[in-house]
Ligand binder design. Structure first.
Ligand code: DI6
Ligand code: FE
Length: 405
């Protein structure tokens, strides 16, 4: 007997190679012990639904997709930057504000001042925005503490969110996010602290799965990132990189050299970066929310990445400065409208490719037997609707590890 069986439904399995969306019309999916135990055409079920599972859920022809995987967020932080938003509307640029001590560093002050519990409480509200739209796995970065104590506080807050919510949390240490004010005259000392002290401490406590950095003219140089990536690898952590967001620093090629899981943003990526990512299997994480909020005009080279066979994920980049957005479905719409992804690419980007970007494609991201039974059940007539509407309440039911939540 299965625990739960969903019927009267269409499935977007997102398994590649077959029909668009890996679709199975008039399908069924079953959960046992939190995993997908059966998936296929309802006509092929090995008996009557009611004889097969303790609970049968009829879905009125709703579509079921894998639970969404938001593979790039900065969900945990103190304060907000609404004031900076107003300044930007008065004509100041993101870079000007950052150089004037605003930007990331102002969120650092607010995050340091917040208790772990306060960070959990404010992030939980943002997380509810994601889960309300079908997210079942979320990556959360640190990077607003910028000293060991406060980076650990952020990572623990992220872990706490996972422990008390029905969502999988993957944690990323983003020590090289900005130069903390106390190191403003000694960059090298901060980079060394991150590599030689913070990474070993965080790795040994099991507080993060990966290491990220902001490789940018207002962030860190490729050389500094290189040094920190070596420490990450030496301590058994995967790497990923904020690369080519505001300028071309050849960050994606550096990331690819380290077999990075992903390189993210990529508006200024060039052909050599694309080739390096394709060869390394590094996923391109597209963040149209940041592109939109910054009113960026340089588009990431989508067509060239597609042609090179680079896998493309889509994520919210939820953060207080450049993407104060808690809607994964808005990210899908922006990925199509602004970046010209197809709705199928966009949905794959926030399911299968998001999972690939986190190194957990064996566990989540598609509807396949043996993976976690994380589902989103949608009141739509076709999966393209998930990218088409902006702000519509489409989620009918969210399933985490086989349980309706
Ligand atoms: N790139 C971004 O878009 C965010 N971080 C990063 O490295 C912005 C973070 C912020 O402005 O607070
Ligand atoms: Fe980011």
């Amino acid at each position: 007997m299965w625990d739960t069986l969903w019927v009267d439904t269409n499935l977007a399995t997102m398994t590649p190679g077959g029909k668009p969306y890996g679709e199975i019309q008039r399908g069924a999916v079953a959960a046992k012990d939190g995993k997908i135990a059966w998936v296929g055409f309802a006509a092929d079920l090995p008996g009557h639904a009611v004889d097969l599972a303790h609970e049968v859920r009829r879905c009125d022809n709703a579509w079921i997709t894998p639970g969404l995987v938001d593979c790039h967020t900065h969900l945990v932080f103190g304060g907000d930057r609404a004031r900076e938003f107003e300044m930007r509307l008065q004509g100041k640029s993101y870079e000007e504000i950052a150089r004037a001590g605003g930007g990331i560093v102002s969120t650092v002050a607010a995050t340091r001042a917040a208790s772990r519990e306060e960070l959990v409480a404010s992030a939980a509200k943002r997380l509810s925005g994601l889960t309300r739209e079908g997210v079942t796995t979320v990556e959360i970065k640190s990077g607003y503490g910028l000293d060991l104590e406060n980076e650990i506080k952020m990572l623990e807050a992220a872990g706490e969110l996972g422990a008390r919510s029905d969502v999988r949390v993957k944690r990323t240490f983003l020590g090289l996010h900005a130069l903390p004010p106390e190191f403003k005259d000694d960059r090298a000392a901060y980079v060394q602290l991150v590599a030689d002290v913070m990474i070993p401490a965080i790795a040994s406590e099991g507080l993060a799965d990966a290491v990220d950095a902001f490789c940018e003219n207002i962030g860190f140089t490729a050389e500094e990132v290189d040094y920190v990536f070596s420490a990450a690898v030496a301590n058994g952590l995967a790497v990923k990189l904020h690369a080519e967001q505001l300028s071309n620093q050849n960050g994606a090629a550096l990331a690819a050299r380290y077999q990075a899981l992903s390189a993210d943003h990529l508006e200024y990526l060039d052909d050599s970066g694309i080739a390096a990512m394709a060869a390394a299997g590094t996923v391109a994480v597209l963040l149209p929310g940041a592109f939109y909020f910054l009113r960026e005009t340089q588009l990431p080279p989508i067509a060239a990445m597609r042609a090179a066979g680079v896998h493309m994920a889509v994520a919210s980049d939820c953060n207080p400065g450049t993407s104060p957005m808690t809607s994964p479905l808005a990210a899908l719409n922006m990925a199509c409208t602004l970046f010209r992804l197809t709705p199928e690419e966009a949905l794959a980007g926030i399911t299968r490719e998001g999972a690939r970007a986190l190194g957990i494609l064996d566990d989540v991201g598609t509807l396949e037997v043996g993976k976690a039974c994380d589902l989103a059940v949608w009141d739509v007539k076709s999966p393209a609707e998930l990218s088409y509407w902006l702000g519509a309440p489409l989620l009918r039911e969210r399933v985490f590890a086989g349980r309706v939540v």
